[in-house]
Every structure is written in structure tokens, then in C-alpha cells.
Ligand binder design. Structure first.
Ligand SMILES: CC(C)(COP(=O)(O)OP(=O)(O)OC[C@H]1O[C@@H](n2cnc3c(N)ncnc32)[C@H](O[C@H]2O[C@H](COP(=O)(O)OP(=O)(O)OP(=O)(O)O)[C@@H](O)[C@H]2O)[C@@H]1O)[C@@H](O)C(=O)NCCC(=O)NCCS
Ligand SMILES: Nc1ncnc2[nH]cnc12
Length: 289
């Protein structure tokens, strides 16, 4: 019982910390960061931080209810209730602004999965189990039109739901690998995380970009992000210059890669889980010597 409470508390803190670190990271093209509000007129870094902090209870409750469970219909619907309460807490904290809806979804599922076995699984498995949970239908989902549902119907993309149901492939195949590869190249952590964002933007069918800018904006954003990666990433002077140009271009179009920002937060969270598991393993090894 003590383990459960301590681990749930930790997961809640790590999820919030990941959201705050994502929000602060700068310069992020079109997004809110510590330098500017990007393409947004209704949010600032202050709003993002307030929103993130208001979600700690949500993540902790999701962790508590997921302890010792396996992905199931019942658990899926239980965390949906908590997740929707989290959305209300977010709207209350931000005065009605949608800062973190996609992040509540992604991190909620990942927290649930991490809590199922108290951190004994490798992070790959955490993402895959989160996907299994997402595959259960939430029978209480209110039938409301969302930006995501309209865009998915119009452009035939998977969106946030599909990303989760497939076990977060963009986090596993792009986010985490580029984070590790950038660290090997001895970049500072800021640059490593900016590279993660760019790698996600190069591949993701972000429904936020599609909603505000259509298919043309999505394609040009992906292409521009790919050129940054080809230039060696944001740590090269050419890559940095291209990053600044991308920011200017997205702000001019009032387009924002909110889905990529959520998956950056998910990547940061998964990396913290991994570091946590490794330090626990070392602690056990030391006890055995
Ligand atoms: C399954 C849900 C995610 C709902 O799905 P739906 O398809 O209805 O999607 P949306 O309501 O539109 O929200 C999805 C948000 O996910 C982010 N996102 C976008 N593309 C992707 C992608 N390819 N992969 C992963 N994630 C993606 C994105 O969130 C960020 O942007 C938000 C702002 O977006 P936007 O809606 O465009 O902005 P608004 O201000 O509202 O409008 P405009 O200003 O542009 O006019 C911001 O919040 C970021 O987080 C998408 O917005 C899920 O939410 C659901 O079913 N929840 C119910 C509860 C539940 O089951 N919870 C369980 C786990 S806790
Ligand atoms: N930093 C950010 N700016 C705008 N929208 C976001 N959604 C998630 N993170 C965001």
C-alpha cells in the first residue's frame, strides 16, 4: 500500500514536471514557450504552468486506480471519468482555454500503464500496454464534435486516438531515439529536446495544424522540419537558422503544432520513467553486493 501511494505520487509529479518542461522549452515553432506565446493569443507560459499544476491530482488518481490491474474495459472507463474531470480542472485553471487536452489523454494513458506494474516494465512495454488500454471503447464518451473529429473525418488521419491505440509509435520510433542520439552527440538538454520536437513535427499528422492551416500547412511544416534534421538538427548553425524561420512562418500562418508538443511531453515523461527504472535497478544491485 505504501509503495502504491508513493509511486502514484511520483508519477503525478513526473507527469506535471514533463508538461512544465515542455512548456518552458524554447524556441518552439508556433508554440507557447518561455520567450513568447507563438501562434496563440489566448495562452501564455503562465497559463500553461497553471494548467499543468492543476492536473497533478488527475494523474495521481489515474495511477492509484491502475495499480495491479491489466488493460480492461472497466479500467478504460474508470480513467476516462478521471480524465474528463482533469479536462474540467484544466478549463477552470485557464479560464476556459484548451491548453492540455491532448496531453491529458496521452499522459493519462501512460501513467495508467506505468502504474499497472509499479515501474517493473521496460518503457517500450509501458507504451504498448497504454495502447491496449486505449483500444477499449469508452462507452460514456459524450457525442460532441471536436476539432480532432472534424479534421479526422475531412483528412482521414488517425489523430490523438490513433496514436495512443497504436502504442505511441511516434514517441517510440522518433521521440525517444532522437533524444538518445542527440545526447550521444553531447548536446545540451535543451537542444536535445528541440530536436525531439522537430523529429515529431517531421512525421506527425498533427490535427491542430490541420485544423488551423489545412493539408498545405501540415505538408510544408513536415517538409521544413525534415530539412532541419537533414542539416544536422538544431545544434548546427544552419539548423538553428531554419528553426527560427519555421517559427516565423508558423506564427505568420497562426498555426500551432499542439499534438507534437503533447508527444514531446510524453517523450520527456517516458525518459524520466526510464531513468527512474534504471536508478531503482542500480539500488537493488547495490543491495545485493
Ligand atoms: C481521444 C481524445 C484525444 C479526443 O479526441 P478528438 O479526436 O476528439 O480530439 P480533440 O478533442 O481535437 O483533441 C485531441 C488533441 O490531441 C492532440 N493531438 C493532435 N494531433 C495529434 C496526434 N496526431 N497525435 C497525438 N496527439 C495529437 C492535440 O492537443 C494539443 O492541442 C490542443 C489544442 O488543440 P486544438 O483543439 O486545435 O485547439 P483549440 O484551442 O481547442 O482550438 P483552436 O484555437 O485551434 O480553434 C492542446 O490541448 C494540446 O494538448 C489535440 O487537440 C481524448 O481527449 C478523449 O477521448 N478524452 C476523454 C477522456 C479519456 O478517455 N481520458 C482517458 C485518458 S486520461
Ligand atoms: N507549448 C504549447 N503551446 C501551445 N499548445 C500546446 N499544447 C501543448 N503544449 C503546448
Amino acid at each position: 500500500m505504501k509503495d502504491l501511494q508513493a509511486y502514484s505520487f511520483k508519477l503525478g509529479k513526473l507527469a506535471v514536471q514533463s508538461l512544465i518542461e515542455e512548456a518552458e522549452l524554447a524556441p518552439k515553432p508556433g508554440l507557447v514557450d518561455k520567450n513568447s506565446s507563438g501562434s496563440h493569443t489566448d495562452m501564455s507560459l503562465k497559463t500553461m504552468i497553471k494548467s499543468a499544476k492543476a492536473l497533478e491530482t488527475t494523474f495521481r488518481e489515474i495511477a492509484e486506480i491502475s495499480f495491479n490491474q491489466i488493460p480492461s474495459q472497466e479500467l478504460r472507463e474508470e480513467i476516462a471519468v478521471i480524465g474528463r474531470r482533469g479536462e474540467q480542472a484544466m478549463f477552470k485553471a485557464t479560464g476556459g482555454v484548451n491548453t492540455h487536452k491532448g496531453a491529458i489523454w496521452a499522459l493519462g494513458l501512460l501513467v495508467s500503464s506505468a502504474a499497472m506494474d509499479l515501474g517493473k516494465s521496460a518503457i517500450e512495454e509501458v507504451a504498448v500496454h497504454a495502447g491496449r488500454l486505449a483500444l477499449f471503447t469508452d462507452r460514456n464518451l459524450p457525442a460532441v464534435k471536436t476539432n480532432g473529429s472534424c479534421v479526422k473525418a475531412r483528412f482521414g488521419v488517425d489523430g490523438a486516438k490513433g496514436e495512443a491505440e497504436q502504442g505511441f509509435p511516434h514517441v517510440r520510433h522518433y521521440g525517444l531515439p532522437i533524444l538518445y542520439e542527440s545526447r550521444k552527440r553531447c548536446m545540451n538538454e535543451n537542444l536535445c529536446r528541440l530536436n525531439v520536437l522537430i523529429a515529431l513535427m517531421a512525421e506527425l499528422n498533427d490535427t491542430c495544424i490541420l485544423h488551423r492551416g489545412g493539408a498545405e500547412a501540415l505538408e510544408s511544416t513536415k517538409e521544413h522540419a525534415k530539412v532541419i534534421l537533414k542539416a544536422g538538427g538544431v545544434s548546427t548553425s544552419r539548423g538553428w537558422q531554419l528553426l527560427e524561420q519555421l517559427d516565423q512562418s508558423l506564427c505568420r500562418q497562426k498555426v500551432s503544432p499542439g499534438g507534437s508538443a503533447d508527444l514531446l511531453a510524453a517523450t520527456i515523461f517516458m525518459d524520466y520513467l526510464d531513468q527512474n527504472a534504471k536508478s531503482e535497478f542500480k539500488r537493488h544491485e547495490a543491495l545485493l553486493i
